[in-house]
Design a protein around this ligand. Structure first.
Ligand code: AMP
Length: 227
């Protein structure tokens, strides 16, 4: 009986320690690598963009995520953004991960690191987090993949599967799309489409191998406008 109690106490203690560990470091199961179409970011943004947005898919963020209902984990540790990225990496990020809302490019990186990056710090430190994001962006050029499939930002309307299919062919894994309501349509207007905003690639916990994504942020019943 004493042994049983001891064993039970040991298991409870181990569980409590595990809970403390995951709560302090932030736990996640996989990454969502989110690339955005900046003209849509600007079209839906509350504040106007400070200049014409680039017409290439750029990074929004690398988000440690869980399969449970909430799409991602956030604000996990007190580590704050340290403005000390290697100058070579900074120069690359200005192209792959631009701030489209204002000219302060580090402000967007800072927000993304503090909110998302801190949740995968046990896997990628700050420099690795930004370097890895740039490398994934470079490895899977969504702009080119869609261009080769004749999916161009010309105002044509697509089915969800039309857009994910060429990306899946190249990456061999299921991507996910994120869409936004068209802000030019009045609220009570009979809406027939949504705007293509973001393309998500999902990655294994370590942030290297791609895996299938299993959630979308588009309305299944609406077609998708790419402009
Ligand atoms: P998140 O908190 O990572 O979901 O990011 C959402 C916020 O990021 C929103 O307030 C957007 O306006 C902002 N945002 C998204 N993309 C950009 C961008 N390229 N530059 C600046 N802000 C952005």
């Amino acid at each position: 009986m004493a042994m049983l109690k001891l064993s039970l106490a040991f298991h409870v203690l181990a569980f409590v320690l595990f809970l403390c560990f995951t709560m302090s470091t932030g736990s996640y199961q996989y990454f969502q690598f989110v690339q955005q179409w900046p003209p849509t970011t600007c079209a839906v943004s509350k504040q106007p963009c400070y200049q014409n947005p680039p017409s290439i898919f750029t990074i929004h963020g690398l988000w440690p995520s869980n399969y449970s209902k909430k799409a991602w984990v956030a604000n996990c540790t007190r580590t704050r953004f340290n403005n000390s990225l290697a100058p070579k990496l900074e120069a690359k990020l200005k192209i792959s991960w631009p701030n489209v809302e204002n000219a302060n490019y580090t402000e967007f990186w800072e927000r993304e690191w503090n909110k998302h990056g801190t949740c995968s710090e046990q896997t990628l430190d700050q420099e690795e987090y930004f370097q890895r994001s740039h490398d994934i962006w470079n490895a899977y050029n969504i702009t080119n993949i869609l261009k080769k499939a004749n999916i161009l930002p010309n105002g044509a309307i697509w089915n969800y599967s039309d857009i994910v299919s060429p990306i899946k062919t190249v990456t061999r894994k299921m991507p996910a799309l994120r869409c936004k309501p068209d802000p030019t349509k009045p609220k009570n207007h009979k809406i027939s489409h949504q705007l293509l905003h973001e393309v998500v690639l999902c990655l294994h916990y370590k942030g290297r191998a791609l895996i299938d994504c299993n959630r979308t942020a588009c309305d299944n019943n609406l077609k998708i406008l790419f402009q």
